[in-house]
Write a protein that binds this ligand. Structure first.
Ligand code: CP3
Length: 340
C-alpha cells in the first residue's frame, strides 16, 4: 500500500517525496496512442474500461505515486447541454452569451449523466488495489466558464472578461450554475472512490488580483466548502497566480499547486504551514539531457528544504512531444534524491 502521496497531502512525514505528473496519461506515451488510434478522445473518456486502462499506463511505466482519472475538465459540461468536440483543443458549437443561454443549462446528475466517469473510478479502485491512490479532478468554475463563453481556447479571454465587466448578472448566474454542477460532479467522484481531488484553474491567472478576488474566489471557495472531503485532500491549482497567493489561499483546500514561475520555498513561506504544496518543475526540463533533469529535480527538492507536505510534479501538464524515458528518469531522480 503506497500512501506517500496522501500522507504528503496531509503534511505528514514520508520516506521519500511522492511524485506524479499532470497529464501523465496522454499522447507522449506510445501505449496511449495505440488505444487512442482506435477511437476519438471523447469516446475514450466515455468508455470506462479504456479510460481505466490509459489511467494505469503511466502508473506502470513511470512508477509514479498516484494515478489521475483519465477524463477532461469539460466532460461534465456536455450534459449541461453544450455539444462538445475536440479538434484536438475543445470546441463548443454554441457558446454561452446571454442570460437565456445560462438559464437553458442543466445541472447534471452524475449517476444519470456521466455514469462512465463514476464507473471508471470504480474499476480503477479495484484494479489499483491500493498500489497507488486515485486522484479525481474537475475544472474550477472560472476555467470552465472561460471555455463555455469563448467556445474554445483563447489568447486573451476577452469575451468572458467582457461579460464579467459588461453583464455581471449573466456572469454571476453562469458561475453559480457551474459551481453547483462542479459540487455535484466532484462529490459524485468522491462517492465513487476518488481519494483526492484536484481543481484545475488553468486560466485564473489571467485576471488582476482584485478581479480574481471579486469574480473567482467566491465561487471556488463555495465549491471547496461544498465538497465531502473529510478524508479526501483537495489540491487547488491556479496557474499564473503566484503573485496573488495571499488571496487564492482564502479559497481553502489542503494542497496548493504551483506553476514553475515561483521558487518553491518562497511559495511555502507565503502560503504558511497550513498548506502542502505540489510542483513545480518547468515541463520543458523534460527535453533536457539527463544531468540537467537531475540538477533541476535536485533544485526543486532543495527549495523545499525537507519540509513535510511536498508532492513533486511539473508546473503544468507534460508536453505531448516529451520522450517518455525522460519523464521516467525524472521520477527516478525524485525518488532517489529525496530518499530518507
Ligand atoms: O492528467 C491526466 O493524465 C488526466 C487527464 C486530463 C486531460 N485533460 C486529458 C486530455 C486532465 C487532468 C485534463 C485537464 C484539462 N483539460 C485542463 C486543465 C489542465 C491543464 O492542462 O491546464 C484543461 C484546460 C483541459 C481542456 C483541454 N482538453 C485542452 C485545452 C485540450 C487540448 C490539449 C492539447 O494538447 O491539444 C484537451 C484535450 C485533452 N485532454 C487530451 C488529453 C490526453 C488530448 C486529447 C487527444 O488524445 O487528442
Amino acid at each position: 500500500m503506497n500512501t506517500r502521496f496522501l500522507d504528503a497531502c496531509w503534511g505528514k512525514p514520508v520516506d521519500r517525496t511522492p511524485v506524479w505528473l499532470m497529464r501523465q496519461a496522454g499522447r507522449y506515451l506510445p501505449e496511449y496512442m495505440r488505444v487512442r488510434s482506435k477511437c476519438t478522445f471523447l469516446e475514450l473518456c466515455k468508455t470506462p474500461e479504456l479510460a481505466a486502462e490509459v489511467t494505469i499506463q503511466p502508473v506502470d511505466y513511470l512508477g509514479v505515486d498516484a494515478a489521475i482519472l483519465f477524463s477532461d475538465i469539460l466532460t461534465p459540461v456536455e450534459p449541461m447541454g453544450m455539444k462538445l468536440d475536440f479538434v484536438p483543443g475543445p470546441v463548443f458549437e454554441h457558446p454561452i452569451r446571454t442570460m437565456a443561454d445560462v438559464e437553458a443549462l442543466r445541472i447534471p446528475d452524475p449517476e444519470q449523466d456521466v455514469p462512465y466517469v463514476l464507473d471508471a473510478i470504480k474499476i480503477l479502485r479495484r484494479e489499483l488495489a491500493g498500489k497507488v491512490p486515485l486522484i479525481g479532478f474537475g475544472g474550477a468554475p472560472f476555467t470552465l466558464a472561460c471555455y463555455m463563453v469563448e467556445g474554445k481556447g483563447s489568447k486573451d479571454w476577452a469575451t468572458i472578461k467582457r461579460m464579467m465587466y459588461a453583464a455581471p448578472d449573466v456572469y454571476a448566474a453562469l458561475m453559480e450554475k457551474i459551481t453547483m454542477m462542479d459540487m455535484e460532479y466532484l462529490n459524485g467522484q468522491i462517492k465513487a472512490g476518488a481519494q483526492a481531488i484536484q481543481i484545475f484553474d488553468t486560466w485564473g491567472g489571467v485576471l488582476s488580483p482584485t478581479d480574481y478576488e471579486k469574480y473567482v474566489l467566491p465561487y471556488t471557495t463555495k465549491l471547496i466548502n461544498g465538497l465531502n472531503r473529510q478524508n479526501v485532500p483537495i489540491i487547488h491549482f491556479v496557474k499564473g497566480a503566484n503573485a496573488m497567493f495571499p488571496i487564492v489561499k482564502k479559497a481553502g483546500g489542503d494542497v496548493m499547486g504551483l506553476d514553475w514561475h515561483i521558487n518553491l520555498g518562497t511559495a511555502r513561506d507565503i502560503l504558511g504551514p497550513e498548506f502542502a504544496v505540489q510542483g513545480n518543475l518547468d515541463p520543458t526540463v523534460l527535453y533536457a539531457p539527463r544531468d540537467v533533469i537531475e540538477r533541476e529535480v535536485k533544485r526543486v527538492l532543495d527549495e523545499n528544504a525537507g519540509r513535510p507536505g511536498h508532492i513533486f510534479n511539473l508546473g503544468h501538464g507534460i508536453l505531448p512531444t516529451v520522450p517518455p524515458e525522460n519523464a521516467k528518469y525524472m521520477v527516478e531522480c525524485v525518488h532517489r534524491l529525496s530518499q530518507k
